[in-house]
Design a protein. Structure first.
Length: 333
């Protein structure tokens, strides 16, 4: 394990006290905010059904599905809520399961990523370790994302793993399915039931599954690339992750809930997402600002990871986590 700078050497006691503050109200607000945004843009399309409102709905809902996973991620760090029970239950029921993820599965491997960031034992190295790549390869990856090919492949693998082996007994397969994918299935059946009860049963497919399989996959890829691809140095705690400064449009469509402050998260991973901008402010005040690996917008990151290179012109095949299940919606091929 590499030596990571002690938080007490980066921030003063007063600063630590302020960024450590966790709030059940903040956590509840963010979860409610994500769902209100999703419901609002869905209602906009249902009220004014046309191509423009549908595209907006897919883009906003897809990014807010990422937002739900970001909130699940914070709960996996026991940071979204002050109350541990809320971190366990609310994140599962309202953030993870609707997006076909699982907080506990995610937590088990994600903490290894923090311990072994960009090292051979990093379970996330398969996401960004093969960059830089050619622009042609990047375009192919983006095309597979927005056309649903990436999302379909992931969900198919997830479902097949949940169904188990053919030689298993029916009872064994049913038990395994419920353990690995049952709550996610029930949660999505509830969403479908709500859509049917409102008289818009098709909206579950058009306004939930389509964003989840398309735009959601694209912003997952962009987020992963921005966080760890082609950073300064794996052994530099200020350079093994990247913070991306974003404008309001990027925050709306790509980087909700302060996910762009990724280096700050790696330096103090137990800080709630709603305190990360304050962490950055304090780090700059304490003279660490110039050491932070940083990019000005996601377009600049994409240019950096594809700039004038033909390396890895081929595509990286889809991969699975140990246990045969994809990483709670966060893994991309």
């Amino acid at each position: 394990m590499r030596n990571v700078p002690a938080t007490t050497t980066l921030l003063s006691d007063e600063q630590l006290y302020r960024v450590r503050l966790r709030s059940d109200l903040w956590g509840c607000y963010l979860v409610i905010h994500a769902w209100v945004v999703i419901i609002s843009v869905a209602a906009l399309f249902l009220t004014y059904p046309n191509a423009a409102t549908y595209i907006v709905a897919v883009l906003v809902i897809g990014s807010r599905q990422l937002g739900l996973l970001i909130l699940m991620h914070d709960a996996a760090h026991n940071a979204l809520f002050k109350t541990p029970l809320l971190n366990r239950c609310v994140a599962q029921c309202l953030c993870a399961w609707p997006t076909l993820a699982d907080t506990h599965v995610y937590r088990r491997y994600h903490l290894k990523h923090h311990v072994h960031t960009l090292q051979p034992d990093d379970p996330d190295i398969i996401l960004t370790g093969h960059y830089p790549i050619s622009r042609k390869s990047m375009r192919r990856k983006f095309w597979r994302d927005v056309t649903g090919q990436t999302g379909f492949a992931q969900r198919k693998s997830q479902l097949l793993y949940a169904l188990g082996e053919e030689e298993w007994t029916v009872v064994h397969r049913i038990t395994h399915y419920w353990k690995t994918f049952g709550p996610q299935t029930a949660s999505n059946f509830l969403l479908l039931s709500c859509a049917l009860a409102s008289g818009y049963g098709w909206a579950y497919f058009a306004l939930w599954l389509v964003p989840l399989l398309t735009w959601h996959q694209l912003v997952l890829r962009i987020r992963n690339i921005a966080e760890h691809a082609v950073v300064r140095e794996a052994d530099d705690h200020f350079g093994n992750a990247r913070t991306t400064l974003v404008n309001p449009m990027e925050r709306l469509f790509i980087a909700p809930y302060w996910v762009n402050y990724h280096l700050e998260h790696h330096l103090v991973m137990w800080i709630p997402c709603y305190r990360l901008s304050l962490v950055r402010e304090f780090l700059c005040e304490n003279g660490y600002g110039d050491r932070i690996e940083m990019a000005n917008g996601y377009l600049s990151v994409l240019r950096k990871v594809t700039k004038g290179t033909t390396k890895n012109d081929g595509d990286t095949p889809p991969r699975k986590r140990s246990g045969g299940t994809f990483s709670s919606g966060f893994e991309i091929p």
